[in-house]
Structure formats: structure tokens, C-alpha cells
Design a protein around this ligand. Structure first.
Ligand code: ADP
Ligand code: MG
Length: 700
């Protein structure tokens, strides 16, 4: 199949195009552009209208426009602190605007002398006295010659080193060649008729080079028929790829793990609390899944503190009683350690083993031997569990906690970690994925089409909602006083430091400084510090001391974001809260409000805070419901950021937008099953066309 496709035009390498040598091809790789088809499906993000000249007098605020005019005069204006700008007053017979440049040189200034005719493209902003273009593109013209672009200007998503002009040249070449007709339209005629879609070639032409009389606003909202067709096809391709991955796994065999009533009663009897109805319901769903000979693929969603760990423990019980092995993966060492402590309590020391990146040399070898020998039935760890040399004797269940940190591909790679030998060699583990990222249901069903889905939609009894306040750092003293009061009355608190920089080193340094400062300010409060660069034992020691109330105030980087469970902690202060995503803040806040006491979360921000920033923090003040937070966050920021698509490889969309195009979801689902049943030959090429290299797992 691969070879056959490699022959056809769409799969020819980009090097067949003019102007693409080795170096350019390397750059294009960064954009995942390898062949002709990839060029065609590298779609414009938006459009600019440079086809007509807009009279200055009719410019609206926020409008992008091509204008022409004559320079009246130019001047340099000084603002405070040595900041200066070059202002150039441009007018035609309908009005005047200002061109503002912050960076300019003498020659440029001289070029813009009175009487010079200019053509500019820019976006209007409100200026001091009239509308302005800040750093517009401009060219000096001899006469008002009126020659403008013939089609709307596509703006492609670009990365370092690949320019619009190159992308335009490449798509020009491909579009003219492809008119000779090579590209297969894989959408079945029934669907084309049903939605009155234009055919593929027409759609691509119109999306890359829209006619000058098309409405640029509608295009920028992806409303044209051509765009609708392409985004439908893209959503369809994603759906097909997930369903295909699911089918591949469902075809494999897993071990049937029945659970008796007696075992379950014993398990619940050993807990120090009663399971909520929601927990019981989800456990029942899991038990029914693992009592089958095909692998379970289940996602369990539950807000922070809803009690997902014990649900995983119920599944673990089924495995342990049957005499096999399970693995539990957590995104951070702290969380892995905490699970390890919990599971040791529930199942006893000997059965549990913790493996993280910190295990080296002899120690690690010893642990690996216990895993491959099967003595350790419950293996808990971080990414370290992925490594090739970690071989299980008989792995039948895999639990992935806080899934948003793990990618689809990583999960798929793990299924190969089943039985290492013997009669059950080809057995694939059941998979249970747990996440606190509460995404709206319709979105979940689409983004996780490869998984069955359960929700723990109830918190354990007696939880009091966390009171959230938003304050400026100017009120830091009040916040300090509040911590003092809380700690002196026997409560415990978190202080979370955030930093814009990705650098972990800097994050940790910032936390160290904050801890010192707080210790100095709060003399009678016992301050502890925990961050990602500390040794495993030290980190664990600090968290244990906090649990044992030997530390009152725990200063931390966002490493405590997931999992840490200290019910006596009732106050959390988050510094520079505006820097974090809402989902992340909600996760952090979930560390308090776990005990009997009324808890509070103080979101401190650095002024001035943007309007959008204020709105975002206000959402947290208004609700404690993770689903509501997620929905609003989604509306404010878009799915890419909320779901962290980059990290998870959940969905990397070219033209579709999960929020804007939600109304297509149910049709896309139907179309996907229809294609799988009636046109199975279209599945692979569609997936390849839209997901390119990202579909590694489809070709297993
Ligand atoms: P999360 O869903 O955020 O992972 P955890 O599993 O860490 O939540 O549970 C949070 C806390 O709630 C833990 O201390 C756990 O022991 C406790 N817990 C879980 N289920 C219940 C329940 N049904 N009743 C009371 N406490 C519970
Ligand atoms: Mg958890």
C-alpha cells in the first residue's frame, strides 16, 4: 500500500518543486511538509484584502486595509524614558491617518518627506488624535497607479525560517500542476450531495487563493463552503484515526478478570470511608470492562478531589487477587510517591514497588528484576516505566493518572508491555486513564473517540467549596497576615510560586527566594520548601513532614499541581496567578478544601492586569466546578491551550476549531462510521492526508 501511494503525484517529495533544494526541504520538514499533498494541506490561517484601496476617511477602528496617500509631514515625538517614535501624517482627499514607527533610521525618515506618495498595509489602532497604523508595511509609489492584488492574500501559519512568499510560491506551483487532475477526492458522493460540498480541487483552490470579491470577514471565520468542506474532512480524518486506533487495540486479546461480590465487599470494608455513588458506578463500569477478553480502554474523568485513586485501587484489587501485575503511571515523582504510599497502605508493602527516573544503577537493576520476576504486583512510577528495559512478567492492567500529560502515542506504545513470555504472550493490558482535566462532554467524546468514557460527577460528602479571592500583589501584607493567623491556629497553608520562564532552574530559584523571604517575615511559622530539582528523598521528606504537621507553610513550585493530598491544609496562596491557565489554577486549588475546615485560595496577581486576565481570574472566584471552569476557559482561550494539544498530541488541527465547529461533531461521527462500513479504502488515505506523520499508530 505504502509503495503504491508513493508512486502517485500527491505523494511526490517537495523536492520536485522549483526552488526546493536540500536546505529548503529541511526547513519545510519543521512544518511537517514532506510531499506535494502536504503543501496543499498546509492551509492559510487567515486572509488579508489587498485587492482594493480603502479611502482614509472610511477606515474603521481595528480594520486591516490597503491605503494610499501623500505624506503631509513627519515628526519625532519623545515619550518618557527616552522612548521616541516617528510619526508620519498621511492623507488623501477623504481623510488623514498617522503612521507610527518605534524603530526607524535617518534614511527612512528622509524617505518619508512631505509630498511623498505611499501605499501602506496595516491595521488601524486608536491614536491620540486620529487612527494610526503602527509599523505598517509601506512602499513609495510614483503615481497612484491603482494596480492591486487580484486575489485575497492568504496568510499561512509559519515557523522560523519559512516565509509567506515561499509558501505562496510552493502552493502556486502545486495548484497549477494539480489542475491537471491528480488528487483523489475521498469523500463519498453521498456526503458531498448531502452537504452540497464543492469538490476537493475547487475547495483547495478557493481556500489558497480566494477571489477578490469574497467576503474577507466570512473567510476569516471559516464560513465559506470550501472551508466548511475542508474542516469537515479534517474532523472526519481525526475521528477515523482514533476509531482505527481503537479497533486495532480492541482486536487484541486481554485477560478476563472477574471480581466476586466477596472480594468487592472485602475491599470496600477495608476503606476508611464510604464510596460515593459516582465512584461505585464507575467501579462497576470498570469491572464489567475487565471481565472481557478484549482490552478495556476507559477514560475516567473526575474533578480534583473526586476520589479517582480509590477507583484505580478497586481495579488493582481485581488484578492482585487474580495473581497478576498492574502498572500505575503518574506524571510527577511526587504524585507517584504518593500513590505508592496509598497503595502500600491498601495492599501491603511487599506487593508494591516504586520506579522513577531517580532509580539508578544497582538499585534500578534490583527493581527491574522484581518487575520481570513478577514479585512486585503493583508497579508505580513515572515516565520511567516506559523504558525498554522495564519488562513485566505478566502485566494485565495499566493505569495512567492525570492523562493530559501523556500522549495518545505513549499510551499506544504501552500496550506492548503485556506478557513477556509463555502461553499468554500476546495478551495486551487493559487500560484505565484518569484525568482531572474536566473538558465538556461533547469535546471529550470527539477528542477521545478511542476511549470509553466515565465521569465521577460527585465529590465525597462533607467537602466545603473553597472560597477564592483575587488580590493584587500590592496587598501582599494582608495575605501574609492571613497566613500567620491561619498557621497560628493550627492550620496549614501552601504558597505556590510561578514563573513565566519555562526554565525549571529559575522556577526553583524563585521558590527558594520566596521561602527565605516568607521564613523571615513569618518568624513563628515553620516554612518548608519543595521543588522539582530536589532529590527524591528530600522532596518526599518535606511532603511527609507537611503531612505530619511538622511544617506549617509549604512553599512550592507547581510540582504540587497534581495529586498531593494533605487534608489539614486549608489555605493556598498562588503568586502571579495570571500566568497560569485556569485549568491549572483549578487543579492547584484542589489541594485545599479536602478536610472538614472551610478553605480558601488567594489568587495574587501583578498589576496591571488585562481585561481578559481579570475575567479569567473572576471565573475561579465564581465557581468551584471544574467543568464550568473548563467551559469558560475554552471560550476565552480556545481548545488548543486548554487541552494542551501540543503536549498530548490530542488533536493538531489545520483548519477546524473544536469550539467553533462543534455543531459538526455529530455529523462527523455518523460520517466516520459510514465510511468505515461502506468505503473502508478511504480511511487510510484520509488519515494520512490530514494527520500526516502524526498517524504513526494507524499503520500498526
Ligand atoms: P483525585 O480525584 O483528585 O485524584 P484523590 O483520589 O486524591 O482525588 O482523593 C482525594 C481525597 O479524598 C483522598 O484523601 C481520598 O482518600 C479521599 N476520598 C476519596 N474518596 C472518598 C470518599 N468516598 N469519601 C471520603 N473521602 C474520600
Ligand atoms: Mg489524583
Amino acid at each position: 500500500m505504502e509503495d503504491e501511494q508513493a508512486e502517485s503525484f500527491e505523494y511526490q517529495p517537495v523536492q520536485v518543486l522549483k526552488g526546493v533544494g536540500q536546505a529548503v526541504a529541511e526547513k519545510l520538514k519543521r512544518l511537517e511538509i514532506y510531499n506535494i499533498q502536504d503543501v496543499l494541506f498546509h492551509l492559510p490561517l487567515r486572509y488579508e484584502d489587498r485587492t482594493k484601496i480603502t479611502p482614509l476617511g472610511s477606515l474603521q477602528l481595528g480594520q486591516q486595509a490597503l491605503v494610499e496617500g501623500t505624506v503631509d509631514h513627519c515628526e519625532i515625538k519623545y515619550a518618557g524614558r527616552g522612548r521616541r517614535s516617528l510619526l508620519c501624517y498621511l492623507s488623501d482627499n477623504t481623510g488623514t491617518i498617522v503612521l507610527r514607527f518605534f524603530h526607524f533610521n535617518k534614511a527612512q525618515q528622509a524617505n518619508l518627506s512631505s509630498g511623498t506618495k505611499l501605499r501602506c498595509f496595516g491595521e488601524t489602532r486608536r491614536g491620540a488624535t486620529r487612527l494610526e497604523f503602527v509599523h505598517p508595511e509601506y512602499q513609495i509609489i510614483q503615481h497612484n497607479d491603482g494596480i492591486t492584488d487580484q486575489s485575497l492574500t492568504p496568510i499561512y501559519p509559519k515557523t522560523d525560517g519559512v516565509h509567506q512568499t515561499l509558501l505562496k510560491k510552493l502552493s502556486d506551483q502545486v495548484l497549477s500542476k494539480i489542475s491537471e487532475g491528480h488528487l483523489i477526492d475521498w469523500l463519498p458522493p453521498q456526503l458531498m450531495r448531502k452537504y452540497e460540498f464543492p469538490d476537493l480541487m475547487a475547495a483547495l483552490h478557493s481556500v489558497h487563493r480566494p477571489y477578490k470579491d469574497e467576503n474577507v470577514f466570512a473567510l476569516n471565520e471559516c464560513k465559506s463552503k470550501a472551508q466548511q468542506r475542508l474542516l469537515f474532512e479534517e474532523l472526519l480524518a481525526h475521528q477515523l484515526s482514533l476509531l482505527q486506533a481503537r479497533n486495532e487495540i480492541k482486536k487484541t486479546r486481554a485477560l478476563k478478570l472477574p471480581v466476586s461480590k466477596k472480594d468487592y465487599a472485602e475491599f470496600t470494608g477495608g476503606l476508611s470511608f464510604e464510596l460515593t455513588h459516582a465512584q461505585q458506578k464507575v467501579i462497576a463500569e470498570i469491572f464489567s470492562d475487565i471481565n472481557k477478553t478484549h482490552p478495556m480502554l476507559r477514560l475516567v474523568q473526575g474533578d480534583v478531589g473526586s476520589g479517582k485513586t480509590v477507583v484505580a485501587a478497586a481495579a488493582a484489587m481485581a488484578v492482585v487477587n487474580a495473581g497478576y501485575q498492574l502498572a500505575i503511571m503518574a506524571p510527577t515523582e511526587i504524585l507517584a510517591e504518593q500513590h505508592y504510599m496509598n497503595f502500600k497502605q491498601w495492599f501491603g508493602d511487599e506487593k508494591c514497588l516504586l520506579l522513577t527516573g531517580k532509580d539508578k544503577g544497582k538499585n534500578r537493576q534490583q527493581k527491574l528484576a522484581q518487575i520481570s520476576g513478577g514479585e512486585s504486583q503493583i508497579v508505580i512510577g513515572t515516565h520511567a516505566l516506559f523504558q525498554d528495559d522495564v519488562i513485566f512478567k505478566q502485566l494485565v492492567l495499566l493505569v495512567v493518572d492525570e492523562q493530559h500529560r501523556f500522549g495518545v502515542h505513549q499510551r499506544l506504545a504501552l500496550r506492548e508491555k503485556g506478557f513477556s513470555s509463555g502461553a499468554l504472550k500476546n495478551i495486551v493490558p487493559h487500560q484505565l486513564i484518569m484525568t482531572a482535566t474536566p473538558i465538556p462532554r461533547s469535546l471529550a467524546m470527539t477528542a477521545y473517540a478511542d476511549l470509553d468514557y466515565s465521569v465521577i460527577d460527585e465529590l465525597p460528602k462533607g467537602r466545603k467549596p473553597v472560597t477564592t479571592v483575587v488580590v493584587s500583589t500590592a496587598r501582599r501584607d494582608e495575605v501574609i497576615a492571613r497566613i500567620k493567623k491561619a498557621c497560628e491556629s493550627g492550620e496549614q497553608a501552601y504558597w505556590v510560586c510561578t514563573l513565566v520562564e519555562e526554565s525549571e532552574v529559575l522556577q526553583c530559584q524563585a521558590a527558594e527566594v520566596a521561602a527565605e523571604q516568607l521564613a523571615a517575615e513569618l518568624s513563628r511559622v515553620r516554612v518548608g520548601l519543595v521543588h522539582g530539582r530536589m532529590k527524591q528523598q528530600d522532596k518526599q521528606a518535606i511532603v511527609s513532614r507537611f503531612k505530619n504537621k511538622e511544617i506549617d507553610l509549604l512553599v512550592a513550585t507547581t510540582v504540587i499541581e497534581v495529586g498531593v493530598d494533605v487534608p489539614n491544609a486549608s489555605l493556598m496562596v498562588i503568586e502571579n496567578a495570571e500566568r497560569l491557565g485556569l485549568a491549572q489554577l483549578h487543579q492547584l486549588r484542589g489541594r485545599v478544601g479536602r478536610g472538614e475546615k472551610q478553605s480558601a485560595c488567594v489568587l495574587m496577581y501583578q498589576s496591571p492586569l488585562s481585561e481578559n486576565g481579570k475575567q479569567r481570574l473572576a471565573i475561579l472566584r465564581e465557581t468551584n466546578d471544574g467543568f464550568k471552569v473548563a467551559e469558560k476557559d475554552l471560550a476565552l482561550r480556545g481548545p488548543g491551550e486548554v487541552l494542551g494539544t501540543r503536549q498530548t498530541g490530542l488533536m493538531q488541527l489545520r483548519i477546524a476549531d473544536i469550539v467553533r465547529d462543534e455543531h459538526w461533531f455529530s455529523d462527523v461521527k455518523k460520517a466516520a462510521s459510514y465510511i468505515i462500513e461502506q468505503h473502508p479504502q478511504a480511511v487510510k488515505p484520509l488519515v494520512r492526508r490530514w494527520l500526516g506523520k502524526a498517524d504513526r499508530f494507524v499503520n500498526v
